[in-house]
Design a protein around this ligand. Structure first.
Ligand code: ATP
Ligand code: MG
Length: 250
C-alpha cells in the first residue's frame, strides 16, 4: 500500500453492503443493495434526491443499522457496530452538512478527531496541519469553525476524516455548493487520495461529469434500489441510468 502524508493506513481491503435494506416505518429507503468498495479505488454512488445514498452510507459507517442484510468489513460482520467502532476499524466519513464543533478552531476540530483515534495532541495537531495544508485551508486553521462558509466546513470534514489515516473514506456530496473551479480543485485531491493515503474512496456526487472524471466504478441507486453498477463507460451508456438522471433533472 502506498505511503501517504500521514503514513500507511492499516486495515481492511473491502467494505461491503450485502443485500442491505433500511425501512423507516412504511418507507423502504434502501432495498436489497449489494456493493463493495475496494481499498485503492474511487467508487461513485449516484442517484436522484431521496434515492437512498446517504442512508446507505449511514449503514456503511455505523450511523444506521440495516433492517435487512449485512455490512461486512472484509469478511467481518459489523452487526452491532456503532460509528466509533467503524472509525477505529478504519472507516471514515464526511457529512452533507458540517457537523463541526463550531466554537473550536479549524485545527482543533481536526486535532480532536486525531486524539480520539489515539494520537497524542502534538501528533494529532501536526498531522492535522499537514492535511489542512494539503486541502488548501491551513490559512484558516486558527479561525473558529462556526465562522467558515459551508464549502470550507466540508473541507474541514474531509480533514477530520483523513487525519484518521482511514482504510476507507466515504464522502457525501463534498463538492455541493462549490464553484466549478473549487470543485475541480477538490476532485483533483480526491483523485489522489488512494495513492497518497492508501484508502478506498466512496464518493456521492450529483454532477455526472465530475463522477465520470474521478470514479473507476459507479453504482446507481433510484428509489432505494440498485439500478446499475459498472465502469464509468458502462454506466454512461446504460438506458436505466439515463432514465433515472433525466428524471432527476426534469
Ligand atoms: N431518519 C429518517 N427517517 C425517515 N425517513 C428517512 C430518514 N432518513 C432518510 N429518510 C428517507 O429515506 C429516503 C432516502 O433518503 P436519503 O437521504 O438516503 O437519500 P439521498 O439519496 O441521500 O438523497 P439526497 O440526494 O437528497 O441527499 C428519502 O425518502 C428520505 O426522506
Ligand atoms: Mg443524501
Amino acid at each position: 500500500m502506498p505511503r501517504g502524508p500521514k503514513g500507511v493506513s492499516a486495515g481492511a481491503s473491502g467494505l461491503t453492503a450485502e443485500k442491505v435494506g433500511v425501512r423507516f416505518q412504511s418507507l423502504a429507503a434502501v432495498s436489497d443493495v449489494t456493493l463493495t468498495v475496494r481499498r485503492g479505488e474511487i467508487f461513485g454512488l449516484i442517484g436522484p434526491n431521496g434515492a437512498g445514498k446517504t442512508t446507505l452510507v449511514n449503514c456503511l459507517t455505523g450511523f444506521q443499522s440495516p433492517t435487512g442484510g449485512r455490512v461486512l468489513l472484509d469478511d467481518r460482520d459489523t452487526a452491532g457496530w456503532g460509528p466509533d467502532h467503524f472509525r477505529k476499524a478504519g472507516v471514515a466519513r464526511t457529512f452533507q452538512a458540517g457537523r463541526l464543533f463550531k466554537d473550536m478552531t479549524v485545527v482543533e476540530n481536526v486535532e480532536v478527531t486525531g486524539v480520539g483515534m489515539g494520537l497524542s495532541r502534538r501528533e494529532a495537531r501536526a498531522r492535522g496541519m499537514t492535511v489542512l495544508e494539503w486541502l488548501g485551508i491551513a490559512g484558516k486553521a486558527e479561525q473558529t469553525a462556526g465562522s467558515l462558509p459551508y464549502t470550507d466546513e466540508r473541507r474541514v470534514g474531509i480533514a477530520r476524516a483523513l487525519v484518521m489515516s482511514p482504510a476507507f473514506i466515504l464522502m457525501d456530496e463534498p463538492a455541493a455548493g462549490m464553484s466549478d473551479a473549487e470543485c475541480e480543485d477538490l476532485m483533483g485531491l480526491v483523485s489522489s487520495m488512494p495513492s497518497l493515503y492508501g484508502c478506498g474512496v466512496l464518493l456521492i456526487e450529483h454532477n455526472m461529469s465530475v463522477v465520470m472524471g474521478v470514479c473507476a466504478r459507479v453504482h446507481v441507486l433510484d428509489g432505494g434500489r440498485s439500478v446499475a453498477e459498472g465502469t464509468t463507460a458502462e454506466i454512461q451508456k446504460n438506458p436505466a441510468v439515463i432514465g433515472a438522471y433525466l428524471g432527476m433533472e426534469a
